[in-house]
Design a protein around this ligand. Sequence first.
Ligand code: ZN
Length: 173
Amino acid sequence: MQAFINTFDVEDDEDDLTDPAALTAWLRDRNLLDGTAQADGADLDRARALREALRDLVAVHNRLPANVDAATDEVNRATARARLAPRIDAAGSSQLVPQTHGVDAALGKIIAAVHRAINDGTWVRLKACERGHCRWTFYDASRNRSGRWCSMAVCGSREKSQRAYRRGRIPGR
Ligand SMILES: [Zn+2]
């Protein structure tokens, strides 16, 4: 979920989900996409819309400006498309499972993770970095939930090279 939001680097204007094939590969790498399903252009638009809605919703956790109503509507529309339904299993656990296939189902699994995070109290710890245009989504593990930046080292020093390193991309290699 955090990785999904961070497929778009707001500050550097770099989108990992450049085309339907990139979306297909991203979802398949994470075992979210079933069978031989392939994303199309409409799927890509919906995935990006969901991603930006989730970014708005985590930005609220550190009181950054966001259009909460529009974001909530977007997530709930994606939930309806995925036809998420509560299921219990023999082990006595409960989860939301998509009752459809393809990219809509894959995005539904991401939304199911949001619901799990809301229920276990970790959702409010996902935040958008406050520094400038960073907005990188990070998990605030501080005791009193006071975190404001994705990384003190990165957004403290404002080193682009460290930012690239954090994303696992080292320029020039
Ligand atoms: Zn940051």
